[in-house]
Design a binder for this molecule. Structure first.
Ligand code: BDR
Ligand code: CA
Length: 315
C-alpha cells in the first residue's frame, strides 16, 4: 500500500524535484500540496507548484495556497535563494489544466486531517508557517498526523547564517511550535542533505531518461549546482549540489536512506547570533525527552538511484 503524503512546499528548484518524486513514486499517494512563502513569494511558490504538476502530466493533484509571511517576523528570502531558485521556475505556463483549489491551505490541512484515518504523513519542506498555523487553529489535528518528516534544521553548519538553516530561520516561531507538537518527527537537516549530493553527471543521466520529470530535474539540478558553486561550494565537490527537499521524500519511501539519532531538539527563537538554530541535545543535557529523529548522514548512491528510477516514470 502506498503511503499517503501531503507536501508543504515553497517551490523552488529542490521543492520541484521533491514534488515530482512524490507524485511519480508508486510508493506514495500524494494527497495534495500546500504552498508557503519561502524561497520566493507565495505567488511564485504557488505558480511554480502548479507548473510542476502540469509539466509532468498530473494536473489533478490538488494545490492549496497558504500563508504569505512568517507568523511573527518579516524575514524574506534574499541573495542565496535567488541564485539557487529564481522566482519563476524554468517550466512552461500551465496548459494541461493544473488549477489552484479554492480555500486556504491551513483550512484544507485541518479539514483533511480531521477527516482522515490518521494515515497521512505530513512532509513540510519549506518554512513551517502553514503547519504551525494549522496546529494553533485546530490542535486536534496533531493526533491525526502519524509522522512529520521535515526538511529543515542544521547542527554542524547553517546555510542562512552560521548556525541556522533557511527553512527554520525564516519562521523560527513556527518551527518551534511544530517541533514541540508531540508527534513523531523526522528531521532531514543540512547534516544529511549535504551528504547526498547530485552531480553534473547525474543531471546528464536524469536528462537521458527522456521523461518530463527527468528533463525538469536535470534543469533544476544544474541550476542548483551553478548557484552552489557560485555562493556556497560543497567542500571538495565542485559540480555537485544538495537537492534537500527530495531527500525528505525519499526518506518516506525508504527510511534506510538516512542515519538518525533520536534526541531532544528545540529551536532558538530569542538569540542575537543564532536565531533559528536547531538546538540538538545529542548528550541529553537538557533532561528533556527525545522528540526528533534527527538525520546525521544520508546514502548518496541510494538517493541518486532512487531519483533516476522514480523520475524515469511518467504519469
Ligand atoms: C531549504 O531551503 C530552501 O532554499 C530549500 O528549498 C530547502 O527546503 C534548504 O535549506
Ligand atoms: Ca523548500
Amino acid at each position: 500500500m502506498p503511503t499517503k503524503v501531503i507536501l508543504d512546499v515553497d517551490t523552488g528548484t529542490d521543492d520541484a524535484v521533491a514534488l515530482m518524486t512524490a507524485a511519480l513514486s508508486p510508493d506514495i499517494e500524494l494527497v495534495g500540496a500546500t504552498t508557503v512563502n519561502g524561497n520566493t513569494t507565495i505567488d511564485y511558490t504557488t505558480e511554480n507548484t502548479l507548473r510542476v504538476f502540469d509539466w509532468i502530466g498530473m494536473p489533478q493533484v490538488p494545490v492549496y495556497r497558504g500563508l504569505d509571511r512568517p507568523i511573527v517576523r518579516s524575514q524574506v528570502a534574499r541573495g542565496m535563494a535567488t541564485r539557487i531558485h529564481g522566482d519563476l521556475l524554468d517550466l512552461p505556463e500551465v496548459s494541461h489544466g493544473a488549477t489552484l483549489q479554492p480555500g486556504h491551505a491551513v483550512d484544507w490541512l485541518i479539514e483533511t486531517y480531521l477527516a482522515s484515518d490518521g494515515d497521512i504523513v505530513l512532509c513540510p519542506v519549506g518554512p513551517l508557517t502553514n503547519i504551525a498555523m494549522a496546529i494553533q487553529k485546530e490542535p486536534r489535528i496533531v493526533d491525526a498526523i502519524p509522522e512529520i518528516v521535515i526538511m529543515g534544521g542544521a547542527h554542524d553548519h547553517g546555510n542562512m547564517t552560521a548556525s541556522a538553516e533557511f527553512n527554520i530561520w525564516l519562521d523560527p516561531e513556527a518551527a518551534r511550535i511544530v517541533v514541540n507538537c508531540g508527534r513523531p518527527i523526522r528531521m532531514v537537516p543540512l547534516d544529511a542533505t549535504h551528504r547526498a549530493l547530485v552531480s553534473t553527471e547525474d543531471a546528464a543521466r536524469l536528462r537521458a531518461l527522456g521523461t518530463p520529470a527527468g528533463e525538469a530535474a536535470a534543469r533544476f539540478v544544474l541550476k542548483r549546482i551553478d548557484g552552489y558553486d557560485a555562493t556556497q561550494p560543497m567542500p571538495h565537490r565542485p559540480g555537485a549540489a544538495p537537492v534537500h527537499d527530495a531527500l525528505a521524500v525519499c526518506a518516506i519511501i525508504d527510511p534506510t536512506i538516512l542515519t538518525t539519532d533520536f534526541i531532544p531538539v528545540d529551536v532558538e527563537v530569542h538569540a542575537e547570533l543564532s536565531l533559528g538554530r536547531t538546538v540538538c541535545d545529542f548528550r541529553f543535557r537538557s533532561g528533556k525527552p527525545a522528540n526528533v529523529h534527527f538525520a546525521t548522514d544520508a546514502d548518496e548512491p541510494k538517493f541518486v538511484r532512487m531519483l533516476l528510477e522514480i523520475l524515469g516514470r511518467t504519469a
